[in-house]
Design a protein around this ligand. Structure first.
Ligand code: PEP
Ligand code: MG
Length: 586
């Protein structure tokens, strides 16, 4: 068979080589038949039982989640459980059986088609992703109905023959991803999914090579084909020649060796060849992630995305976390970091991180009631969180970071709320650090364009490049249709970064980057040459960024950074970036 290459969206790191394991094609292609009048109730019961079994399955997966499972996964499972208990999914098909006498599978697919069509009309990316979730849930029910549930991916790969299995699928639900964890699969490729799709997020958390958004890979790839995934390049090589396999095996071995070597740098500070120290911090989602941060050698937590404590809550936990629960979580992170600073970002819900499935601005979620806007509208929730954070500040070094700020009144009100929380705690005789620094995320262009307003009132800044890019370039960061426009070296973005670092330096306050750009090794030299001295990223990326800094001479890189900032030709920018990355210093 001739070899060919597919290009998709890279979502994680590394190389893997193995044989294709195709997931069964979508189970939506079902038998259609009419049931006799006297069989109708039995058919209704058959569907009800299948739905109940899937509910149970989801609960089991939930309760079996290992403690090191990606933090987002529980939230995804909850979404699926919620969908399954929604009457539009669990009851409407029963009516179809009763009124139209369709068999259970047909009734379910009919209803899913109706819902999908409605979702298509709304043209909202968040809801489009929920449409995929509905289909995944329906497929689970269909597998139970058709008796093919035991062909779910989790039963494959348990023997040696599948030791190097690469899963190929149209899409993979987060629940199925989790079941893959325990078997020997080394990568996956999917037709669908954008850089921020569920599968992408989970693969990054698991550190598994993956490429998504490949179009029709699941049709082009045949069961047991040899595949190479080069996830850094977003490339899948199908049926590679033995020579190409040998070359990639060498690259893979070199990567592995390099990773082991990097681990030895854990305790080495990130100091450039010309003696400038850059502080490398970790991004965490839950307090237990602080262990990985410590293990990576991070000099602190630069971004604790506290909203993950509020999302995906089930059973008795469906209420928002209490002050005490939050305090314990923040304190756990602070204590794990053993005196290193922990920057806790206040609740950033809304947009693609809704608190629950109803809580969502249908028209334009990314521009809606998100982050600080939500908190100021719900002062009691905000106050509770601020009290919990302040209480944790008595146990180490805590910084408070406010997301999505754009207006002066938002700064004033946030500071007033912090003051109120302090006054209350003081009156109650509860300990806290009165000097806890308060900073703002710079992630709305308006903020980057009105920095004097921020630097005067706040103790530090942290740039959220993910949102800064989204809002500056007017592209939804979760929409794969516009993923090609997500350009982190667009002159507008580089200018905004430059303005922010200059303003912060002038005002003598620290500025960090905590968005995705901070963990992109292709940009490290540019960022440090632009003057950034604090970068916060997923723990797994930290060692290689440190290595890059150790091998850089910042003074010698500065003139090239200046040139890049003056260049408006994207090809030239890329050329200079590559030149920078390859530069050797004596
Ligand atoms: C960002 O916007 O870059 C950021 C760090 O925050 P989040 O990705 O959580 O929006
Ligand atoms: Mg953000």
């Amino acid at each position: 068979m001739a070899s060919f290459t597919l290009q998709g969206i890279p979502v994680s790191r590394g190389i893997t080589i193995g044989r294709a394991h195709l997931l069964r094609p979508a189970a939506m292609d079902v038998k259609h038949y009419l049931v006799a009048q006297e069989q109708v109730e039995a058919e209704v019961v058959r569907l009800q039982k299948a739905i109940a079994q899937v509910q149970l399955e989801l609960q089991t997966i939930w309760s079996d989640l290992p403690t090191d499972a990606p933090t987002e996964l529980g939230a995804f499972l909850d979404v699926h459980a919620l969908i399954l208990s929604d009457p539009m999914v669990s009851e409407a098909p029963l009516d179809i059986i009763r009124t139209r006498h369709y068999n259970a599978e047909w009734a379910l697919v009919t209803q899913v088609d109706v819902l999908s069509a409605q979702f298509d009309e709304i043209e909202d990316e968040y809801l489009r992703e929920r449409k995929a979730d509905i289909q995944q849930v329906a497929e689970r029910v269909l597998k139970v109905l058709t008796g093919t549930a035991d062909q779910l991916p989790h039963v494959i790969g348990v023997d040696e023959r599948n030791a190097n299995m690469i899963v190929v699928a149209k899409d993979i639900s987060p629940a199925d991803m989790m079941q893959f964890r325990d078997v020997a699969f080394t990568g996956f490729v999917t037709d669908e999914g954008g850089p921020n799709s569920h599968t992408a997020i989970v693969s990054r958390s698991l550190g598994i090579p993956a490429v998504v958004g490949l179009g029709n890979a699941s049709h082009l790839i045949v069961q047991d084909d040899w595949l190479i995934i080069d996830s850094d390049a977003g490339v899948v090589i199908v049926a590679p020649s033995p020579l190409v396999i040998a070359q990639y095996r060498d690259r893979q071995a070199a990567l592995l060796k390099a990773r082991k070597k990097l681990h030895k740098l854990k305790k080495t500070p990130a100091v450039s060849l010309d003696g400038i120290e850059v502080s490398l911090l970790a991004n965490i989602e839950l307090p237990e992630d602080a262990h990985a941060a410590m293990e990576s050698g991070a000099s602190g937590v630069g971004l604790f995305r506290s909203e993950f404590l509020f999302m995906g809550r089930t059973g008795v936990e469906t209420q928002l976390p209490s002050e005490e629960e939050q305090f314990l979580a923040y304190r756990q992170a602070v204590q794990t970091m053993k005196g290193k600073p922990v920057t806790i970002r206040t609740l950033d819900v809304g947009a693609d991180k809704p608190l629950d499935h109803n809580d969502h601005n249908i028209l334009n979620p990314a521009l809606g009631l998100r982050a600080i806007r939500y908190c100021l509208k719900e002062p009691q929730i905000f106050l509770t969180q601020l009290r919990a954070i302040l209480r944790a500040s008595a146990f180490g070094s805590v910084h408070i970071l406010i997301p999505m700020i754009a207006h002066a009144f938002e700064i004033d009100q946030s500071l007033a709320m912090i003051q109120q929380a302090k006054d209350e705690l003081r009156a109650e005789g509860i300990a806290f650090d009165d000097a806890v620094p308060v900073g703002a995320m710079i992630e709305i262009p308006a903020a980057a364009l009105s920095l004097p307003m921020f630097v005067k009132r706040l103790d530090f800044l942290s740039i959220g490049t993910n949102d800064l890019i989204q809002y500056t370039l007017a592209i939804d960061r979760a929409d794969h249709e516009v993923a090609h426009l997500y350009n982190d070296t667009h002159p507008a973005i580089l200018q905004l970064l430059d303005m922010t670092v200059s303003a912060a330096n002038k005002a003598n306050i620290p500025v960090a980057i905590c968005g995705g750009m901070a963990g992109d090794i292709k940009l490290t030299r540019l960022l440090i040459a632009m003057g950034f001295r604090e970068l916060s990223m997923p723990s797994a990326l930290l060692p290689e960024i440190k290595q890059e800094i150790l091998n850089s001479n910042i003074a010698q890189l500065e003139p090239i950074a200046k040139k890049i900032l003056r260049t408006y030709d994207p090809r030239l920018v890329q050329e200079m970036l590559r030149g920078m990355q390859g530069q050797q210093f004596t």
